[in-house]
Write a protein of this length. Structure first.
Length: 468
């Protein structure tokens, strides 16, 4: 069985950063240790630690992280594959250092039964480029399917408390109580109150005679909708002792209420996304519908509040809500332009950039980024032996490079760089300091220097009582 050595690695893992090496065998990490100094390829110490290793990779002091786990993606497969599919979007994920993804159920048909989950697992086993997992979706009348699901093979239940792509809205109070009382898994909630959204949409339609400008999207899906639905979900979680995960937090008020709920013992975790940390409503003037998503991007004060809570224990994880649409589908007004954006390829460099340059994040470190994007997703969903660099864990590893050309000049991101089928990115024109240089998936080099290599992704396994 082949053994691989990564050495001269600037390892960032479990709150520490240190120079070290990693030994991999049979897809797993077998040794993780420190080095005193950088080793030359012909050093006697390297010969000692690399004894028996068939492959040796000199990381040259570059940062080495656990593979990113993105627990919120929409890969559009089945039913909307003109935008992207499991093959194209998982390849984009790999190029972004995402070694494991969890896909959402609002496809066509919707993934609202264990049989539909099985179909997706089979599809992923045939075409995916990264490790894969799936949510089962809640509806107003599928409680028996939710109770019969195998939560060692399903990440949890996705519950839409506001309508979005796929329109899987659950709005019956009896059903909501049933789900929170009886489902033995994480309940991941899209929290927007549909009645609040409907009233705002009707008011703005009258005001603009049906042609609501795209920059009014934060008014059409207002903050009050998010706060009301998040509060409702928190009340249900408290009442029934359920494990609640609030997706894509976008407002300062939600942060305050989640912080209070955590202090009161409610089992809640909170996720935000790069778009809410990078953009505010002023950016619609330049980016238009490229940054239209649900929930809507909000005020500058919300963005600042989210940045301040990234490493204070209120926001637990970062996921992308990767949601590709073709450019033609992103044209139109607040009513007609599609909501959602592709983010999975550039999320890690984006968050690294935020950590370095946002004044509100001056106390953040790369270890905090790893906590938010690698450790916490594994912990929240009980993902088996992933998200950490530990002996006995799968060797999902990312090596970061400087984002410069051959002359050492910074490189701007272009739409042409996008791996996703949609062919565009909301971060086009930006310059990030880091890029993903190498990705190992289950101990195999799957991506290096812009090239993809054959690898063997696996289905994620979930511990129903996570404790990592």
């Amino acid at each position: 069985m082949a053994r691989t050595l990564l050495y001269n690695a600037n390892i960032v893992n479990e709150g520490e950063t240190y120079l070290g090496y990693i030994v991999i065998e049979g897809g797993f990490i077998t040794c993780l240790s420190r080095q005193d100094s950088l080793l030359s390829p012909d050093s006697s110490e390297l010969e000692c630690i690399g004894s028996g290793c068939d492959n040796r990779i000199d990381c040259e002091g570059r940062m080495v992280l656990p593979g990113v786990i993105d627990t919120h993606v929409h890969f559009r497969d089945p039913g909307m594959t003109e935008k992207g599919d499991m093959a194209t979007e998982s390849k984009a994920a790999l190029a972004g250092g995402v070694t494991s993804f969890v896909d959402m159920p609002n496809t066509n048909p919707a993934t609202v039964s264990m049989a539909a989950v099985e179909d997706k697992l089979l599809r992923a086993s045939e075409v995916a480029s990264a490790n894969y997992g799936f949510f089962i979706g809640a509806t107003n009348d599928n409680i028996d399917e939710l109770l019969g699901a195998d939560y060692s093979r399903v990440a949890g239940v996705k519950l839409f408390m506001g309508s979005s792509t796929g329109n899987m809205l659950v709005d019956r109070e009896r059903t909501l109580n049933d789900i929170f009382a009886r489902v033995p898994a994480v309940i991941a909630v899209h929290a927007e109150d549909e009645a609040v959204i409907r009233a705002a949409r009707e008011r703005l339609s009258r005001e603009y005679d049906g042609d609501i400008p795209v920059e009014c999207h934060p008014d059409m899906r207002p903050r009050e909708a998010c706060v009301a639905a998040t509060d409702h979900a928190l009340d249900l979680a408290k009442k029934h002792g359920a494990r609640l995960h609030v997706c894509h937090i976008s407002t300062a008020e939600e942060l305050h209420h989640i912080k209070a709920a955590k202090a009161a013992g409610v089992k809640v975790t909170a996720e935000t996304c790069p778009q809410y940390l990078m953009f505010d409503r002023n950016d619609f003037l330049m980016s238009g519908a490229r940054i239209k998503c649900n929930p809507a991007i909000k005020e500058p004060s919300d963005r600042i509040a989210l940045l301040r809570e990234l490493h204070n224990g209120v926001i637990d994880s970062i996921a992308t809500d990767h949601a590709p649409h073709l450019p033609a589908q992103k044209k139109g007004n607040a009513l007609t332009a599609a909501s959602g954006m592709p983010m999975v390829q550039f999320s890690l460099p984006a968050i690294m950039d935020i950590m370095r340059h946002e004044p509100e994040c001056e106390d953040m470190t790369v270890a905090d980024v790893v906590e938010l994007m690698c450790h916490a997703p594994a912990r929240i969903f009980g993902i088996d032996r992933r998200g950490f660099l530990r002996p006995g864990y799968y060797a999902d590893i990312v090596v970061l490079d400087k984002n410069v050309d051959e002359s050492g000049n910074p490189v701007k991101i272009k739409d042409e760089d996008v791996v996703s089928r949609c062919g565009w990115t909301p971060v086009a024109g930006r310059v990030f300091a880091d890029k993903v240089g190498l990705v190992m998936l289950n101990g195999e080099v799957a991506y290096a220097d812009g090239n993809f290599y054959p690898a063997h992704p696996l289905p994620l396994k979930f511990n129903t009582s996570p404790d990592q």
